[in-house]
Design a binder for this molecule. Structure first.
Ligand code: CTP
Ligand code: MG
Length: 177
């Protein structure tokens, strides 16, 4: 049980890092360049910026590289093995999932920062795994087994909530979700 939890966490670290880092260093030009969709609402909204996207992905890659280094140095063969591909695909997928969610959120008429339960928590998991399915399915099926997936689905909303409350208290996030 503990090893499943540890493996699930180890797999997800590169996907968990980008969102808080984007919240910390985001700002500037929005990814949608301020444009509206045909419904007259923003394509993605003011909360999705290039700086957040780039910093978030780079931070995820950096932490993933550290994980590869740690596992190699200490011989942690009991953990899922990250690769050059996995530490790029997971953070990129996490933030693409976040942007995809914002696109749908705007279409539903929800304003920037408004809460959308379930989607707000699982966007990164869906984005990361869909991108992994496209570019490296064998890695996905090797490490994300059913028990691991179930643990990820339980762990993610808990960590998401905890990190957002910390971000809210520190004044980084405007809402505690
Ligand atoms: N952020 C960013 N660029 C991104 C993702 C996030 O700059 N690609 C920053 C923004 O400052 C954003 C904050 O991180 O406000 C929190 O992210 P998130 O909660 O995903 O965005 P929201 O502002 O809540 O917008 P939305 O309603 O579209 O989810
Ligand atoms: Mg939000």
């Amino acid at each position: 049980m503990l090893s499943t939890l540890l493996a699930a966490f180890w797999i997800m670290v590169p996907a968990y890092v980008p969102n808080p880092v984007a919240a910390l260093c985001g700002g500037g030009t929005p990814v949608d360049f301020g444009r509206n969709y045909s419904d007259g609402r923003r394509l993605l909204g003011e909360g999705k910026t290039f700086r957040g996207l780039v910093c978030g992905v780079l931070a995820g890659v950096a932490v993933g590289a550290l994980q590869i280094w740690l596992a190699g140095t200490w011989g942690w063969t009991f953990l899922p093995q990250h690769t050059a591909a996995s530490i790029i695909i997971l953070p990129l997928g996490a933030l693409l999932g976040d942007m995809g969610k914002s696109f749908v959120k705007r279409r539903l008429g929800k304003n920037r920062g408004e809460s959308w339960p379930i989607a707000d928590q699982y966007d990164l998991v869906a984005g990361a795994f869909i991108l992994m399915l496209v570019f490296d399915p064998s890695w996905l099926f090797t490490y994300v087994t059913w028990p691991i997936l179930i643990v990820i689905l339980i762990l993610t909303p808990i960590l998401h909530r905890a990190v957002n409350i910390i971000g809210y208290i520190c004044g980084v996030k405007k809402e505690p979700w």
